[in-house]
Structure formats: C-alpha cells, structure tokens
Design a protein around this ligand. Structure first.
Ligand code: HPA
Length: 277
C-alpha cells in the first residue's frame, strides 16, 4: 500500500532543521555506515517513526534517516537500506526515495556491496556503476501512476548520470583511488548466485552483482533524481574466487572498500557542489 507522501512528510518535517535543504540523498550499503559517522550537525529519524516504512533487520544495517552535512554539503543519508529479500514491499522503497526528492535534493548517491565479475576488480576495491540489468522480480513502478510524481514511462538511458560519473572519476583521480567501471545486475537474494548463474550474467554483460540498487535507481529516475552509484567490491562472484561467499566475508571486505568510499563520496559531493556553481 502507498502511504500518501503528505502523511510521510508531515512526520519528516517535524525533524527537518530550519532552512535545511539537502543537495543529495545518500544510501549506504552493508558495512558502509562509517560514512554516516563523518556527518556533522546530524538530526536522525528512526525508520519506525516514518509512516509507510518498516525497519530493515540485516546485520550491518542501522535503519535511520540522517540529515546533516558531509564535507560541508547538506545531505540526507538513508542508513539502512530496505531490501526486497526481507519481504519489503516496493512501496516502502518508493517512500524512502520520494522523501529524498520531497526534501529538495536533486541527486541520489547509492553505495552498495557487490560481487565482482571482473577478475581485475578484487575484494576491497570500488566500482563506478555505469548501467544496470534489472534481474529483480518485476518493476517498482508497476501499478497506477501518479503523474504529479513522475511520468508513466521512464527513460533509463543515462540512468547513471554521465555528468555525475565524470565528477566521481575526477574525485577518484584526485584521491588516487582506482575506480573500476561496470554494469550492475540485481538479484532478489538472499541466497548468493550459483556459478552457473554468474556465467550466464557474464554473457549478458554484467560486471558486478548485488541485491539492491536497481529498484532504487528506477524509482529515483521516475521522480527525476540524477543517480550516481559506487559499489564496494566484497568478493569475486560465485565460482570466480577460491573461497565460499559469506555475509561475514562481505562485511570484512566492505570495510576495506569503505575506507576508500569514506574519502571518495565526500570529495565527490564537494566537486559536485563546485560544478553546480
Ligand atoms: N552476490 C550478490 N550480492 C552481493 C554479493 C554477491 O556476490 N556480494 C555482495 N553482495
């Protein structure tokens, strides 16, 4: 069920600091909460307090909406992603992204953990997502369309905004961070993929695999948010490495990649602010 955004924003607006308008929304993936810890002047809202959401329960996910500043850039940070494999409805993910839009942000920055299909992009490294393959069941925009929110048919050309990708590359170059690039394929999870599935995904053109990102990007494009996405590579995809994939392993390498993202995302936000003049 869709909770009306007026009802959602009535609650959110009780917490918004006077005059606060975020430039960007930021969604943090598993093991990436250290980014939120760098924020200053933070006001947080637990997801439980927001109509239309339920708290995510995966280890490594905190489930807070945090408004504040990262590198002096005002952002709204979604700490605790809602995943479909938890039984979350697409409507809850839509609510979260629409909050970002209603608060006045024009950009959504996604971070995520992902398995790598590129042998040269190993655990602990980071990959800029340049396109996706939707292998989630269905599409988050199925159902009646509210034209006041976005169009019925949404273009997914340039879903991962070219201009923002250039800014991310500039930021990575400045910081000497190796930034791989690739196509992300989403799976429902929560089981990891089989080696046979990964071989099939490779033929389709996938470079990274994960259980999030795609619904968020589709919803974000529907409401007109520009999207940037960086994946923290936590493991070689199934059948491509020497060890079994475990959630604990993904958290461990997620932390190593997070040390890069903790520098990259704030630099990106600064560069973006400068580019906007
Ligand atoms: N598959 C799906 N999701 C993931 C993976 C993976 O290999 N690694 C981190 N998240």
């Amino acid at each position: 069920m869709n909770t009306p955004m007026s009802e959602v924003m009535e609650v959110i607006n009780r917490y918004v600091p006077k005059g606060f308008t975020p430039k960007a929304g930021l969604i943090l993936g598993s093991g990436l909460s250290s980014l939120a810890e760098q924020m200053t002047n933070v006001v947080t809202i637990p997801y439980q307090a927001i109509p239309g959401l339920h708290a995510g329960g995966v280890a490594g996910h905190a489930s807070l909406l945090a408004m504040g500043y990262l590198n002096n850039v005002p952002i709204v940070c979604l700490r605790g992603r809602l995943h479909l494999y938890e039984g979350t409805a697409y409507s809850s993910i839509r609510t979260l992204i629409q909050i970002v839009r209603h608060l006045g942000a024009s950009v959504l920055v996604l971070t995520c953990a992902a398995g790598s299909l590129l042998p040269e992009a190993g655990p602990g490294e980071v990959m800029l997502i340049r396109d996706h393959i939707n292998f989630h069941p269905g599409n988050p925009l199925v159902g009646p369309n509210d034209e006041s929110i976005g169009p019925r048919f949404v273009s997914m050309d340039n879903a991962y905004d070219r201009g923002l990708r250039e800014i991310m590359e500039t930021a990575a170059n400045k910081l000497n961070i190796k930034l791989h690039q690739g196509v992300y394929i989403s799976t429902l999870g929560p089981s990891f993929e089989t080696p046979a599935e990964i071989r099939a995904f490779k033929i389709w053109g996938a470079d990274a695999v994960g259980m999030s990102v795609v619904p968020e990007t589709i919803i974000a494009r529907h409401v007109g948010l520009r999207v940037a996405c960086v994946a923290a590579i936590t493991n070689p995809a199934a059948g491509m490495g020497t060890e079994d994939i475990t959630h604990e392993g993904t958290l461990h390498y997620g932390e190593i990649a997070a040390r890069k993202l903790v520098k990259l995302i704030p630099e990106f936000l600064q560069e973006m602010q400068h580019a906007a003049g």
